[in-house]
Ligand binder design. Sequence first.
Ligand SMILES: Cc1cc2nc3c(=O)[nH]c(=O)nc-3n(C[C@H](O)[C@H](O)[C@H](O)COP(=O)(O)O)c2cc1C
Length: 373
Amino acid sequence: MQRRHLITAATGIILTQQNGLWRSARAEPLGPWRAAHASTATDPRLRAAAWAVLAPNPHNRQPWLMRLDGADTVTLFCDLDRRLPETDPFDRQIVIGLGAFVELFRLASLELGLEADITPFPEGEPQPRLDGRPVARLVLRQGGRPDPLFAAAPARRSAKQPYDATRPVDDSAVAGLRTALLAPTTFGAETRDITRIRDIAWRAWVVEAEDRAAWMETVRLMRFGSAAVAAQPDGVSLWGPQMDGMIAAGQLTPAAMEPGGPGWQIGFAQYRATFEGTNAFVWQATPGNSRAEQLAAGRDWLRLNLAATGLGLAVQPVSQALQEFPAMAQPYREVQALLGQGGTVQMLGRLGWPTRQAPPTPRWPAESRIVPQ
Ligand SMILES: Cc1cc2nc3c(=O)[nH]c(=O)nc-3n(C[C@H](O)[C@H](O)[C@H](O)COP(=O)(O)O)c2cc1C
């Protein structure tokens, strides 16, 4: 039986061809969260891919493209149109998102009794930006043992809300996170004296918000309302009954989100409250800044995010200070000097006890991210 899927980006309509017949259906933005559980695909690569598309990734761009090679191999590429050139000029964060995908693919494979052997950048490391060469080769073989971290995959979120500021993060929780990480990333956490880190992270947030090119990159990726999210289940989704109402009333528009606009001002106030309500930060650093290390950092961020979820904690990356565009140079220098230990800080995040469960974010179905051989 041959099955092919096509998605039209403008409408979000999925066309499925099975035995020569085409069917159409509307992409359901949260459908992939159910599909991961429900997959009955006989090819284990498709079962693992159904989970992997749920990985955290910058601005939810979902930059992954998979090519199924032979009977056991997935060759992973970056969709070069899904990068963030203003805020991520060297594609470092995009590679981290692809690393999170790789690790979630591996954890899902282990549930099926298969180990995924990972070769990062098998045709060499593209610098200073990514190109059409593969990001990783994943080869499945019998073996490996399920990893308990996987149990947290359905509930994992990048939790963007304020956390319980009255409840400190204890040392035992931090130790639990530390054990989840693989080499070669180093893990740091600060649960007491966070003033300096928070100050840099917040100033960096303001730099990005006031830099028109950087900020408008985000605004262009905003999906205004449920219909827009269904048409393009990626980017920054502004949806749900309240948002849909504001959008219908003309209160939430792309123009309102421009720097200084009313929507931008609301976001500014919300983020300030969020930073003020933070009492712990975590970070990861690598000795160098090679593509392989960036990919490894993404694998570890996924593991850290899952470990936090398993412990009842929440994390949210706050990446602005780590961005490499010129206006960010000062906070970048400061955060590297403070946390980098002579290497490169790859991820910085807020950590805390959530007061409510964050909602899942939309995804394109795994099938739509498979490219022909
Ligand atoms: C490298 C990287 C950088 C990110 N930076 C930020 C950030 O600065 N602020 C933020 O709120 N979320 C950030 N995120 C989280 C993404 O927005 C999030 O993963 C995506 O929207 C999907 O949502 P989910 O993780 O809840 O599934 C980042 C994620 C990655 C992998």
